[in-house]
Design a protein around this ligand. Structure first.
Ligand SMILES: [Zn+2]
Ligand SMILES: [Zn+2]
Length: 347
């Protein structure tokens, strides 16, 4: 909007009533304790409503508060400003991330929905493509807050000795090419998630369970699945997952989830959906990796340790057995003298 009126984002935010003296730019940042994107107080929402002609509800619908109870854990409402980012991360969302569909951006003059900052939006069903999370030319990641409508990629290369910029990408966001979505399974999943993201209060509980279960099983997949578990997926999804697995194999203690790019998490979600929505999630998960045998297979160890430290939250009874088995330690046994014998937990 700021770009459309040729003013700065700060001026536009002021005109919309989002900023009040002495608010600074941190108020319109994608994250940070004072960011308005998390949700507005009632008085703020009314003020923005007056300035823009929108109802307080419509104003709040543009903030994360819209997804509380579905994609975002309900703790967000009570969380102190400093805690908000942690709640978002625990909900599997990094508000600084952004994915986008170039054709939508072109049609809507740069406007984009907040869903695009979540891993729950990975494809545009209208244009039949994956959302882009990085520039296809130079692989510079897309971040929330950039001007997609008029903007160009700011990726550049520097001379390795002189530090002088030798090349600038300059690719227009709206002209970027997004990979085609052929995969029926991911298209189906995106349709389901779209309807969950727009669910009304009555459907909240059900949707929250699906989000929590999918996030937990995607984590399971990132730790334990292999590219062959992506049978039928589009090549771009398989390739990014294979690359992630290769990198993970080099690190001690399992994959670095923080380094899983959006496309890798989409791969994880695809595998997760096959577990979560199967008739027997336990058996489907166990076919991917035996998480329930004791001693525990060594490749299951990093997940075991990760979930001991931070178990998945809000998962439904569908996954109860899986979560319990991954977290359980080796059963202890007593020797003839009644003392507990150490049993090997790992192979
Ligand atoms: Zn689109
Ligand atoms: Zn670029």
């Amino acid at each position: 909007m700021a770009a459309g009126y040729e003013v700065s984002r700060m001026h536009m935010a002021e005109a919309c009533g989002l900023l009040r003296h002495p608010d600074g730019p941190s108020r319109i940042a994608a994250s940070g304790p004072t960011s308005a994107v998390y949700g507005l107080g009632d008085a703020d929402a009314v003020r923005v409503g007056r300035a823009t002609g929108l109802s307080a509800c419509e104003v709040q619908a543009m903030t994360w508060s819209r997804f509380v109870g579905t994609a975002v854990r309900s703790e967000l409402i009570e969380a102190s400003p400093r805690e908000r980012f942690r709640v978002m991360k625990a909900s599997w969302i990094d508000p600084r991330e952004l994915r986008f569909c170039p054709s939508c951006i072109d049609e809507k003059d740069g406007r984009w929905p907040l869903e695009w900052c979540t891993p729950w939006a990975f494809a545009c069903l209208r244009h039949g493509c994956y959302l882009l999370a990085e520039c296809p030319t130079c692989r510079t990641p897309i971040r929330a807050g950039i001007r997609l409508g008029q903007g160009v990629c700011r990726g550049f290369e520097k001379h390795h000795l002189t530090d002088a910029v030798t090349w600038r990408c300059g690719m227009e966001y709206r002209k970027m090419q997004a990979p085609d979505l052929q995969d029926k399974l991911l298209a189906y999943l995106q349709r389901l998630l779209d309807s969950h993201l727009s669910s009304t209060r009555l459907e909240f509980v059900h949707a929250r369970g699906d989000f929590a279960d999918l996030a937990a099983m995607a984590e399971f997949a990132l730790f334990l699945a292999a590219p062959e578990h992506l049978d039928g997926a589009d090549p771009v999804v398989v390739q990014s997952f294979a690359e992630f697995r290769r990198r993970s194999a080099l690190t001690h203690g399992g994959p670095m989830l923080e380094e899983a790019e959006p496309m890798v998490r989409t791969a994880g979600l695809r595998i997760a959906s096959q577990i979560v929505f199967s008739d027997n999630p336990w058996a489907t998960a166990r076919a991917i990796a035996d998480f329930a045998s004791r001693p525990l297979a060594s490749r299951a160890r990093p997940l075991h340790e990760a979930w001991l430290k931070r178990p998945p939250q809000d998962t439904t009874e569908r996954l109860e057995g899986i979560v319990r088995s991954v977290r359980i330690a080796a059963p202890s046994t007593r020797g003839p003298d009644g003392r507990i014998l150490e049993r090997a937990l790992y192979e």
